[in-house]
Write a protein that binds this ligand. Structure first.
Ligand SMILES: NC(=O)c1ccc[n+]([C@@H]2O[C@H](COP(=O)([O-])OP(=O)(O)OC[C@H]3O[C@@H](n4cnc5c(N)ncnc54)[C@H](O)[C@@H]3O)[C@@H](O)[C@H]2O)c1
Length: 252
């Protein structure tokens, strides 16, 4: 099956972690023929991802920017448009949780951290990238939500709430812009063996305990997520609008 992504210009946020979903998404898009702008706050990581994309024979641009800061996001988009002239595909991947705690003990600042990145980061990047898509009447946006946004996440209630917001954001924006040639969908990964869980203040053994409850008995890999993103970023998904696809081994 040909996805027809050859020559497309993609931007993937949060693509610096070498074990993360963002890098996996960026590499799959590059293998499908996209040039890929990769973003992260982790300079070393994002440069490594960009170098690996170039090794695949595609162009890449590593941009260090904090997607929770509108000025940095605007600058990132400006630099990307200067180099590539357009952005065909935006993947809003950067996201985080905080240490799982009972709801009553979860400090307000953890709600702020999580909503700042998981919701405002997506809002800022989308707002900055969308105008040139509207002008060209063409574009794809894929948001990375989470199974937690569908099933809820005890002890990480704020995380599930932020991802549920992204699911509604995806559906609403999709209905608004599909008539202008822009398609918006989301992917909701299940438990992944990424830095998010390894260094994300999650307790020892959390991944193994979580994977034991997944019907496939395996974690969701960056390739699992990247394959779904590539499909949704292609014209093959033109009749799929505003949807959120679980890639979670049947967990939610
Ligand atoms: N790992 C899981 O179990 C899981 C499950 C469902 C959904 N997700 C979602 O998948 C996405 C990717 O997460 P991951 O698991 O690969 O985590 P990760 O921590 O491996 O990757 C996240 C990346 O985002 C970057 N980042 C953090 N703050 C940023 C900022 N302000 N601006 C730009 N980049 C920033 C980090 O440096 C990191 O490289 C997130 O949206 C996450 O919520 C993860």
């Amino acid at each position: 099956m040909e996805l027809g992504l050859e020559g497309k210009i993609a931007m993937v946020t949060g693509a610096g972690s070498q074990v993360g979903f963002g890098r996996g998404i960026a590499m799959i898009l590059a293998r499908q023929g996209c040039d890929v702008i990769v973003n992260d706050v982790d300079e070393e990581g994002v440069k490594k991802t960009a170098a690996d994309i170039v090794k695949l024979g595609r162009r890449s641009l590593a941009i260090v920017a904090d997607v929770t800061k509108l000025a940095e996001v605007k600058d990132m988009v400006k630099k990307s448009l200067e180099k590539f002239g357009r952005i065909d595909i935006l993947v809003n991947n950067a996201g985080r949780a905080t240490k799982p705690t009972p709801f009553v003990d979860t400090p307000e600042e953890n709600w702020e951290k999580v909503f700042n990145l998981n919701l405002y980061g997506v809002f800022y990047c989308t707002k900055a990238v969308l105008p040139q898509m509207l002008e060209r009447k063409s574009g794809k946006i894929v948001n990375i939500a989470s199974g937690a946004g569908i099933s809820g996440m005890p002890r990480c209630v704020h995380y599930g709430a932020s991802k549920a917001a992204i699911i509604a954001f995806t559906r609403g924006l999709a209905k608004e812009v599909i008539g202008s040639g822009i398609n918006v969908n989301a992917v909701a990964p299940g438990v992944g063996d990424t830095k998010f869980l390894i260094t994300g203040e999650f307790p020892e053994g959390e991944i193994d305990r979580a994977v034991a409850t997944v019907p496939t008995r395996r974690s969701t890999t960056p390739d699992d997520v990247g394959n779904m993103v590539a499909y949704l970023a292609s014209d093959l998904a033109r009749q799929v609008v505003g949807q959120t696809y679980l890639v979670d081994g049947g967990h939610a």
